[in-house]
Write a new protein. Structure first.
Length: 366
């Protein structure tokens, strides 16, 4: 998993160290210090294994460090946390079911630092949409948790941050596997296999093209549909899931060996199996076909399905750009190109980004 916020920003820690040390043992004085916190995570996508992972088969998730989720928290003089996120502007406690994960994130972070005396103005900004299978709920919770911990001048280990984020995800997903919580702050691909989480070696000079169908997926509905199919047609459904499990294990080898053609073939086979599980969507099918016709070596839906996003594997940037152009031509709402061989950049607080996000939030209220 990713390093903790303060481990990633030693220069900032040094700058704040003397200032905060003077107040570290004085809770009353600490509350009087005007501190801002920043947290950063990113999107994720499932390469192989959505749905079959529910039945214990391996799933591989890829962190998309190029698609950031950012959170800023600034103490205010008021008595209530205020939230500015996804068009919502108002008190955090009144933000409704959609933001239950963020409310929980603030609580678990406050519990971790042992403080709840500051009221924060909370702003989140994402490079990717919510409800598209890209891990937005875990990414938002993780970013807010990091920002609150940062504002109180504390640090957390990777394991602690994972536990806090998964604790917030319970509100959103009930019994989260932990895959999203880990991958949205990871540097390497993550393997979930029979409930165990580990990293996957990757040495593949390829590009992943991610396209938003513009249709909100329904993981709950899709999982329920597969469950009904599993119960009513056990033999054939289990055979499909078995085959998807084999694809997952083969994909681990493809990533390590840099086998672009092999991974692309696994993706194509996975899409066919997901279609047989009735979790695809006509728009996703159209985008998949367009990507393949544009030079992708593999393409499939990602996440729960019935909407959301699709992903396509490209052997070069030139081909990836052609795929992107044609996906837009087929109605994709947004298309991103992610270099699979890139490494995450060092965390940057991005003060101008906060100002821009806060200004946008203010404009949304007018």
């Amino acid at each position: 998993m990713a390093e903790s916020l303060h481990e990633q920003t030693p220069q900032r820690n040094q700058a704040l160290g003397d200032h905060r040390a003077a107040y570290a043992n004085d809770a009353h004085e600490m509350d009087r210090v005007y501190l801002s916190g920043y947290g950063e995570t990113w999107a994720k996508t499932i390469l192989i294994g959505e749905h079959s992972a529910v039945y214990g088969y391996p799933a591989i998730a890829l962190p998309l460090q190029s698609l950031k989720m950012r959170a800023w928290v600034t103490p205010t003089g008021g008595g209530e946390h205020m939230l500015h996120a996804l068009g919502y502007e108002g008190e955090l406690r009144s933000s409704g079911k959609r933001f239950a994960g963020i409310r929980r994130a603030v609580k678990v972070a406050e519990s971790f630092v042992g403080r709840s005396s500051l009221a924060f103005d909370i702003v989140t900004e994402a490079d990717f949409p919510a409800e598209r299978g890209l891990g937005s709920s875990a990414a938002a919770a993780g970013a807010v948790i990091r920002a609150v911990i940062d504002a109180y001048g504390r640090s957390a280990t990777p394991d602690e941050l994972f536990g806090l984020t998964n604790g917030a995800e319970i509100v959103t997903h009930g019994h989260p596997s932990g895959l999203d919580s880990v991958t949205t702050c990871a540097s390497d691909p993550i393997l979930l296999d029979h409930g165990a989480i580990s990293t996957v070696d990757m040495d593949i000079p390829a590009y992943l093209v991610i396209a938003d169908s513009g249709i909100s997926g329904s993981t709950r509905e899709a999982v329920g549909g597969v469950r009904r199919q599993y119960e009513h047609d056990f033999e054939s459904t289990k055979a499909l899931l078995d085959s998807m499990g084999v694809l997952g294990r083969q994909a681990v080898v493809d990533l390590a060996q840099g086998d672009i053609e092999g991974l692309g073939e696994r993706m194509n086979q996975a899409q066919q199996m997901l279609d047989r599980l009735a979790v695809s969507h006509p728009v996703l099918d159209l985008l998949v076909q367009s990507a393949l016709e544009s030079g992708a070596v593999g393409a499939k839906l990602t996440g729960g399905g019935l909407g959301g996003c699709m992903i396509a594997l490209s052997p070069s940037m030139v081909t990836a750009e052609a795929i992107r152009t044609n996906l837009y031509g087929q109605g994709a709402k947004k298309v991103w190109i992610h270099p699979m061989h890139s490494r995450p950049q060092s965390l940057v607080r991005d003060a101008p980004g906060y100002a821009s996000a806060r200004k946008q939030a203010d404009e949304n209220t007018r």
